[in-house]
Design a protein around this ligand. Structure first.
Ligand code: MD3
Ligand code: FE
Length: 210
């Protein structure tokens, strides 16, 4: 399927592997709105550097919105209905978030995707996300939809085994990816953001946690 970008050029949906769809620029028109919502979410549930069960501080800062949020600490990690920092329920998922995720999932062949959580990752220059799998979600038949905002980053896309070769994919503001089926269990990560340049990168991941 083709999609015209702001300058009228046709851009392709790129199938990375079975179940993995890259939608370059799919969210460009919504960038300003999405960033404004992130600011609002962070007023109630501020970004924080979580601690892994092994005691390491993550360089990515995180918050969540929706019915559940992802947290990690010495005790373990997973989804909670309340923000342990605020003691309150996580901020509501803005309808524009939900609708964007649903539109992208539909395009990848996942009908009626109804995420119950959106994890918001913030990458300052120098920040990375080491290679991992996402296995905490209760419904592995649902896809994960991710949206990149702010500074570009290099995404690492591996296979079902940690040792599998990895592709490096440059992600720009407004790019959307949908991961499901066979691709859902693949290892992935983000290379360190190049230092400098004031601002940061945000990534939204929409999931079905329960
Ligand atoms: C492939 N986030 O939050 S999004 C994460 O850019 C995470 O912040 C990265 O990995 C980021 O867990 C990558 C792309 C992504 C997200 C989930 C996946 C790719 C995925 C789950 C399975 C396979
Ligand atoms: Fe992940």
């Amino acid at each position: 399927m083709m999609q015209p970008d702001l300058f009228g050029a046709a851009r392709d949906d790129i199938v990375l592997s079975t179940g993995a769809l890259f939608l370059p620029g799919f969210a460009v028109a919504e960038v300003v709105t999405l960033l404004a919502h992130i600011r609002t979410i962070a007023v109630c549930s501020p970004f924080r550097h979580m601690i892994t069960p092994g005691g390491r501080r993550m360089s990515v800062a995180m918050t969540s919105c929706g019915r559940f949020g992802w947290t990690s600490g010495r005790e373990g990690y997973g989804y909670t209905s309340h923000d342990p920092d605020s003691g309150q329920a996580w901020p509501l998922m803005p309808p524009v978030f939900r609708e964007l995720a649903r539109k992208a999932a539909t395009r990848a062949g996942f009908a009626d995707f109804s995420p119950d959580t959106c994890l918001v990752n913030r990458y300052a220059p120098g920040t990375r996300l080491s290679l991992h799998q996402d296995l905490d979600e209760g419904d592995m038949s649902a896809p994960i939809v991710s949206v990149s905002l702010g500074l570009p980053a290099i995404f690492l896309w591996g296979g079902p085994m940690r040792s599998d070769t990895r592709r490096r994919i440059m992600l720009h503001e407004g790019d959307v990816m949908v991961w499901g089926r066979e691709a859902r269990m693949n290892f992935h990560g983000v290379e360190p953001l190049p230092p400098g340049n004031g601002t940061c990168r945000y990534n939204l991941t929409f999931r079905k946690a329960r």
